[in-house]
Design a protein around this ligand. Sequence first.
Ligand code: AMP
Length: 204
Amino acid sequence: MSARFGLVHVSTGDLLRAERQAGTALGRKADEIMNRGELVPDEMVLGLVRTVTTEALNDGRGVLYDGYPRNLNQLKDLERILAELGVELDFAINMAIDDQKLESRLTARRVCSKCQKVYNVVTHPPKEDGICDSCGAKLFQRGDDRPESIRKRLADYHSQTEPMLHRLTEFGKVREINADLSIEQVRRQLVDVIEQWQAASRIA
Ligand code: AMP
């Protein structure tokens, strides 16, 4: 979606994994917390988000946040950063799916250790077991895709992320899509939602 609409993709999970990979102090601190499936403290992501958002907007580009904000405090942080830069949060997309289905998807997820391509061992397996079709490197299972961590992530989603989503819904800023469909159908809905918003903002 970011490539199609010329947006900068800001995934706080990816940013944290890059810090971990680079062995920075922040990455080392985040490592254990992430493996347990817990959310890292808000201040840890705030600095990362501020930096990439400022760079993107200075470059005249919009931002597509992925996995951020995850709670009410992060929403406040984001609104403050955006206000400082003279812009507002346009809308959020809620990719709705029930917990059980999400749990099966996460349990079956494998990621390429080199090119980061994502597989599902049940619905979209690699041609050769454990090996990336694209680059031939080994696939691995994310530490936080193990059942105990998944349960913790889902519990945090309901206790922390849902209230944040309710707040955004009150402000009319949430677009719901059904994520329990094929990749192509989910992609189509995402494109529609973003195109509808673009059309509406051209009229406004
Ligand atoms: P994700 O790639 O979005 O599934 O995130 C993987 C893990 O990174 C999460 O389970 C958290 O430990 C951490 N993380 C990612 N984004 C955030 C965030 N916005 N706030 C706190 N922790 C986060």
